[in-house]
Each structure stands twice: as structure tokens, then as C-alpha cells.
Design a protein around this ligand. Sequence first.
Ligand code: IPE
Ligand code: IPE
Ligand code: MG
Length: 252
Amino acid sequence: MQDLLLNINKQRLPTHIAIIMDGNGRWAEEQGEDRLFGHYHGVESVRNIVEGCAELGIGYLTLYAFSTENWDRPKNEVDGLMTLLVETIRKEVPTLNKNNIRLHVIGDMNMLPEFACGELQEALELTSKNSGLNLVMALSYSSRWEILNAIKQVAKDVSTGKLNPEEIDQNTFQQYLCTKNIPDPELVIRTSGEYRISNFLLYQLAYSELYFTQTRWPEFRKQNLYEAIIDFQNRERRFGKTGNQIKAEIQN
Ligand code: IPE
Ligand code: IPE
Ligand code: MG
């Protein structure tokens, strides 16, 4: 197989890639295994893709690991997933540091069990000096929760006089989102053949390029990532303008 890496234009890489890692449960069930078996194998894909992004020099990688709605899954799956996520993050800290990767977490941390909050906090601090890839884990995250949370904070600041409603623009509002200081994703990948967003970064995805693949998350590897990036690089991003305007901008 030809290495797709050679076909990637290094000058036109997305700064921020976000991935909806889906299909762990079905992948496991297809081989007669328990759903948690799929989540364990999904960790191998996470390692591979984080490494792939770091090697390419991608600025931000956001991984949707657990949604607010996922709390409604059967208790044994929720408990197993939480333990797996927290233990993996803890175990990976030395590798993150070795590769200069900084960890961030977005989501409703109040819903996480106490042990998880402590472990996460420690991992965030231990990697906080790293200046390479920013790895953003979306944990107990949902976009509607994030937007409502932001609106509550905005309302509070307006009521105390800290914020003038007339002066609220997109930049101001972004400061109230979990993703403040993080650029919007240019490329969003969803695995496992589902064509939906499932409450992920609804505000930030306004102009993202969406890429869907049938590959289940436990089988997703660097070559699949390269395929998505090449697909992204062949698209024309118009942001509401005409194709001719965009071509003229590129020439100038
Ligand atoms: C993605 O795989 C991981 C999480 C949502 C936590 P799923 O667990 O959703 O797997 P499927 O979609 O049921 O196959
Ligand atoms: C989205 O996957 C959430 C994560 C990947 C963490 P789900 O499997 O929960 O989404 P739906 O329920 O199929 O939309
Ligand atoms: Mg799923």
C-alpha cells in the first residue's frame, strides 16, 4: 500500500482536527465480545492517532470521548468507560510529556466521579508546560450544555455590570465557551458510518469540513487519518463567498 503520508501537503494542514470516535460497541459485538472490549481497543486507536497528529505538527486534536448523554448508558458500561478513560490518561502522562503534548479537558466536570476529577487535574498540571500538540479531551461534554452554561455566565456578567449587552460580539461570546483560546476545528471526522453530530461543538463547527468514514473507531489508524486530511485538502472552503472570489484570494 502506498504511504498516503507522501500525498499530504504539509503547507496546508488543518490547525485543528476534531474526531467523534464512534463504533467501539458495535465493533466488539460483531466479534461476539462485550462492548467494553471495544472501548479497550479504542484506546489503541487514540494512541496511534495522537502520535500521528503530533508527527504531522497538527496544533489541536479534539477527541469526543464521552458525551453528557452517554451517562444514560447501562451502569457497568459507564463505570468501565470512566475507569478506562481516567486510567489511560494517567498512564499516558509520561508519553505526553515525552512528545511535548499538552492535555486539555472540556465538559461538565461536576458530573465526573471525584477520583476522576483529581486524576484529570493532575494530568492537566503535569502537561501544562508542553508546547507541541494540544490534545483536547471532550469528557462529559455536550454542546447544548456548553452553550447554556455560557449564556448563564454571560447573564451573570451583564447583571453585575461587568458586561455591556451592546458590546457582545462573537469574540466576546467565544470567551464563555469551553473552547476559549482554541481555534474552531477545520476538519471533523466521524467514524463508524453514522452521519450525525451528536451534540458535539455545535457552535464551533459552523464552517468545519465534515468527513465520515465507515471504519469503526477501534480499527482507525494513521493511514485513515491521512486519507481524511487528503480529502480535506481537496475541498474548496468558500465561507459564503463564490469559488472565483476564493481563487482570486489564493492568487494574491
Ligand atoms: C464510541 O463508541 C465511544 C463512546 C460513545 C463512549 P460507542 O460506544 O458509541 O459504540 P457504538 O456506536 O455503540 O458501536
Ligand atoms: C457520540 O457517540 C459521543 C462520542 C463519540 C463520545 P454516540 O454513540 O453516543 O452517539 P449517538 O448516540 O449514536 O448519536
Ligand atoms: Mg456510538
